[in-house]
Design a protein around this ligand. Structure first.
Ligand SMILES: N[C@@H](CCC(=O)N[C@@H](CS)C(=O)NCC(=O)O)C(=O)O
Length: 196
């Protein structure tokens, strides 16, 4: 598998997919985009490999986790890390990033930076269902990681690789799970370079 780094304004580079967001997966002649659609594609296409969902019930429950991550967790983390993210962006992406994210949040980056402590407190509160789940089992999916873990951990990996701020207390069960996810798959997630 080859991973191609991409900048927000490089829309032409993924124009073949007919849309302007990553992730985009090219698998031979097949082009698939969107995290959830990619997960379903991989599950159906590589049925001989370990399952991402475990069962039809698992897939349905993972859809809920996916919705919570994209709709609640991502925006909550973004409110904390966007000012740091801006600093590590390529120069050519900065105006676009600021304009689109300020419009999405309905406030300036200065206001976001000023509200960071409150945003961090909110984040730590809203992750309680994840925290209490991981206090009683090693992974969201149970005894081994699956897509529910991948998608939720991806949000924390985004923060970890974007800037210096620690989102969680070191004794938070979510922190221990992040370490397990960093160790999983031969330490794959640890190989992702950190921007700062
Ligand atoms: N629901 C999509 C969301 C994808 C998404 O938001 N991608 C961002 C990466 S931060 C993107 O490509 N943004 C492009 C832009 O803001 O122009 C998924 O999970 O695949």
């Amino acid at each position: 598998m080859t991973t191609v780094p991409w900048r927000f304004t490089e829309k032409d580079a993924i124009g073949f997919s007919g849309q302007g967001e990553v992730p985009v997966l090219l698998d031979g002649a097949r082009c698939v985009f969107g995290s959830w659609v990619i997960a379903e594609y991989l599950e159906a296409t590589y049925a001989d490999l370990p399952s991402l969902f475990g069962s039809a019930t698992g897939r349905a429950l993972t859809r809920f986790v996916n919705q919570w991550v994209t709709g609640i967790l991502h925006p909550a983390i973004a409110r904390v890390i966007v000012p740091d993210l801006f600093l590590v962006l390529d120069e050519k992406d900065r105006d676009y990033f600021r304009a689109t994210r300020e419009a999405a949040f309905g406030c300036s980056f200065d206001a976001l930076a000023a509200g960071r402590e409150d945003a961090l407190a909110t984040l730590r509160r809203i992750v309680q269902p994840l925290r209490s789940t991981l206090a009683t089992q090693p992974f969201v999916a149970g005894s081994a990681p699956a897509y529910a873990d991948h998608v939720a951990f991806g949000a924390f990996q985004w923060a970890r690789t974007s800037g210096p701020i620690g989102l969680l207390a070191s004794d938070d069960p979510i922190s221990a799970w992040c370490e397990r996810m960093l160790d999983a798959y031969g330490g794959l997630a640890r190989t992702v370079p950190r921007a700062q």
